[in-house]
Design a protein around this ligand. Structure first.
Ligand code: ADP
Length: 471
């Protein structure tokens, strides 16, 4: 099967979160399984672009409303990632360093999608599947089926994977001219609540919709940032497929970012050595259980609760645990953490920003990972933590519910709680501290979770079944 993945992110080219990890890994494992998977994404000005060799694959032009633009598609020359990687260059729109967060994101990603569909429509053959990821690429099924210029692509099966339904790419109807000419009576396919809603259009038009965990698929029918009714209506074509993790990159025995490699057999000593490095670097007390948070500091992750939750834990626990956070996001949360640095020597520190190497070092050196998420479509952090013998302390939601078993249950290796609240977080930190003191139980939990198989090999088969159902 020839599968074309279209995405705004792909690790290691450009990553802001889990989407990048998934699109960097799934195609590689699909190729290993014998399919031909390719990725096409925008050509941001990232380090990966400058450090690799490229060849021009296609040059074309198109219109975004009244604006005529030319685009170039280049291909990575050496199959470095284990699949063919294509980048779309559109001067003035995609030639930026960051992935998101610009005022003209609607223009950037609509033009990107037009360029991708124009590219596919120039081929002499048709791919077997066009696989779109999140709202940045979710107009593509509509374009392939309903734009006059692309109607010869209408029979190609499309799949939309939703990594995060909070972001939907809304734009006003004044921007409808951006979409290449289409029958106006099909307006209802693009519309949701009076706006053009690319994610909603993708859900309506794609042959199948997948979410990155089964619990998230079910939760979307009651909580989907306004799309609940649509998820209820389209539930027949929705399927939950839990993300895998790239076990070549996330392997504590060979991870080049960490100083001391370890396996489940040597986790006690390996983790202790990595913890020492981390504690020395951030001035933390190595004898205390170390709780870390890694991620976007946004409401979805309940990062806003953590400054007060951590202060409470330090105050009431009389400094019996230490905390380290890594992330960036909402200014108020960043500032709250920044203000705490220095106030709690030995038990708290923070690194504000994005730091891939440090994230690996924290998974390796920490004892516990905090994830109080209000919404968690799949969550990769807890899977990485488990692979590195770090006990996940998670709210019972979405993919966290599907992957972590509470230590009070049979074969439980993690800690779960119900509410995204300071009291539930603190109660769970308390449970963590008590298990940290029970060295036999702690050793068993670490060894058990490190051996759980979350590799992509099994997940790839589930996507294949979805693709086949559309043939
Ligand atoms: P989301 O995609 O919602 O942000 P996921 O749990 O699916 O959350 O994936 C998060 C990914 O991003 C993980 O690989 C995590 O390690 C990484 N990550 C998030 N924030 C940072 C950061 N500040 N520095 C390094 N890695 C980060």
């Amino acid at each position: 099967m020839e599968i074309i993945h279209i995405s705004a992110e792909c690790y290691p080219v450009a990553k802001a979160g889990g989407l990048g990890d998934v699109v960097g890994a799934l195609p590689k494992y699909q190729c290993k399984a014998g399919d031909i998977a390719k990725v096409i994404m925008p050509m941001y000005r990232t380090q990966f672009l400058y450090e690799n060799d490229w060849q021009v694959d296609f040059k074309g032009s198109a219109n975004l409303g009244n604006w005529y633009f030319e685009f170039t598609i280049i291909k990575e020359a050496t199959n470095k990632l284990g699949f063919d990687l294509f980048l779309v260059d559109i001067n003035g729109l995609l030639d930026r360093q960051k992935i998101y967060g610009y005022e003209d994101d609607a223009e950037r990603f609509t033009a990107f999608q037009i360029a991708v569909v124009s590219w596919i429509s120039s081929w002499e053959h048709s791919p077997d599947i066009v696989h779109c990821h999140d709202h940045h690429t979710a107009l593509i099924p509509f374009m392939m089926q309903h734009c006059y210029a692309f109607q010869h692509l209408a029979a190609i099966p499309t799949v939309l994977t939703i990594h995060n339904a909070q972001y939907q790419g809304w734009m006003g109807w004044d921007k409808s001219l951006y979409i290449p000419r289409w029958d106006l009576w099909k307006r209802g396919l693009l519309d949701w609540a009076g706006n053009i809603n690319p994610l909603a259009a993708g859900i309506k038009c794609a042959g199948k919709v997948t979410t990155v965990s089964t619990s998230y698929k079910d939760e979307l029918r009651v909580k989907a940032n306004g799309l609940e009714n649509l998820f209820e209506f389209e539930k027949g074509k929705c399927e939950g497929i839990l993300n895998g993790i790239d076990t070549q990159i996330w392997n504590p025995a060979t991870d080049p970012y960490i100083q001391f490699g370890f396996t489940y057999r040597s986790v006690a000593t390996g983790k202790a050595k990595n913890k020492k490095v981390l504690c020395d670097q951030f001035g933390l007390d190595i004898n205390l259980p170390l709780f870390v948070f890694i991620g976007r500091m946004v409401g979805e992750k309940a990062a806003d609760l953590l400054p007060d939750a951590i202060k409470t834990a330090i105050y009431y626990g009389n400094k019996n645990a230490c905390f380290l956070v890594l992330g960036s996001g909402e200014l108020l949360v960043e500032q709250a953490f920044q203000q705490m640095i220095g106030d709690y020597p030995g038990v708290f520190n923070a690194s504000i920003g994005y730091n891939e190497a440090l994230s690996h070092q924290m998974y390796a050196g920490a004892d516990f990972l905090l994830m109080p998420s209000r919404v968690e479509p799949c969550g990769l952090n807890q899977l990485y933590a488990m692979r590195y013998g770090t006990i996940p302390v998670v709210r019972r939601t979405g993919g966290l519910k599907d992957t972590v078993v509470d230590m009070g249950d049979i074969d439980g290796f993690g800690i779960q709680f119900n509410e995204a609240s300071i009291s539930d977080i603190n109660y769970s930190i308390g449970r963590g501290i008590s298990v940290f003191q029970d060295k036999v139980h702690l050793a068993w939990m670490r060894k058990f979770m490190m051996q759980i198989d979350h590799s992509w090999e099994q997940t790839v088969d589930k996507y294949k079944t979805v693709y086949k159902s559309l043939q």
